[in-house]
Design a protein around this ligand. Structure first.
Ligand SMILES: [Zn+2]
Length: 251
């Protein structure tokens, strides 16, 4: 468990690096699956850049998933329920995005989840275009690392309601594509990377940021020259790219 927490601290400080512009202050959160029916998630009030092992809280996965089945939960109800879903109630209160993390881990095929607010991604997701510029690709590594199609949720109140929207989108995505997404775009909010490994969660986040910067650059120079769909499909299915993908994620 010590090793997992150490890796969560590493992932968080990589994401919180000031030069990367992925999250500032208390923005963003990270989580990782434990070895049983639990996961570790950033505690409320911690900062990615400076977090240490005691900035994470261990919570019960199936107990949180059961809460998401409820029709509605007020902020007060959410605050009151935390001690029941925490493994050790003496730890810090979990982030309000714990519900979303639970869904990415339980239904999104992820072991490591990284949620950030990159400036470049938000410049697009907060624009009139929303997630639209991410629906086609501009360069092969975007497909290799972030997957051919990102998942998208509209703006929803962070916390319980957002988790419901994420669940709906994960299910729609799996029905449409037969796999889980690697990248979830959240309109007017940020992005979430769904990684099998810690390294993959970091890679997806960094590549999504680079992709967003490239989109913005392309729009200033006459507009994006998107890759043809058949070329994007080819990259997505190429064996040597599968090999690269596994090398990059440390699998
Ligand atoms: Zn957020």
């Amino acid at each position: 468990m010590h090793e997992l927490l150490q890796s969560l601290v590493t992932l968080s400080s990589e994401l919180g690096r000031e030069d990367r512009q992925l999250a500032i202050l208390g923005e963003g959160n990270t989580s990782a699956r434990g070895d049983d029916d639990t996961f570790w998630v950033k505690a409320s009030g911690s900062q990615l850049a400076t977090i240490t092992a005691d900035g994470f809280t261990q919570v019960k996965l199936s107990a949180i998933l059961a809460l998401v089945e409820r029709q509605h939960m007020t902020q007060e109800e959410v605050q009151a329920i935390w001690p029941e879903v925490m493994v050790d109630p003496r730890q810090k209160r979990p982030s309000v995005e714990t519900f979303m993390h639970a869904l990415c881990l339980a239904e999104g095929g992820a072991n490591w989840v990284a949620h950030t607010h990159p400036i470049a991604c938000n410049a697009i997701l907060c624009s009139k275009l929303g997630a639209e510029p991410f629906m086609r690709h501009l360069f092969p590594d975007g497909i290799v690392v972030c997957g051919r199609f990102p998942a998208v949720v509209p703006y929803v109140d962070p916390g319980f309601d957002l988790a419901k929207a994420v669940r709906t989108e994960l299910r729609r995505y799996q029905d449409a594509h037969g796999v889980s997404p690697k990248l979830l775009l959240m309109v007017n909010h940020g992005i979430t990377a769904l990684g099998k490994t810690m390294q993959e969660a970091l890679n997806i986040t960094r590549m999504a940021d680079k992709w967003a910067r490239t989109i913005i650059g392309a729009y200033t120079l006459g507009g994006p020259n998107f890759m043809p769909d058949h070329e994007a499909a080819r990259i997505d299915s190429r064996l040597d790219e599968h090999y690269r993908r596994n090398q990059l994620t440390g699998r």
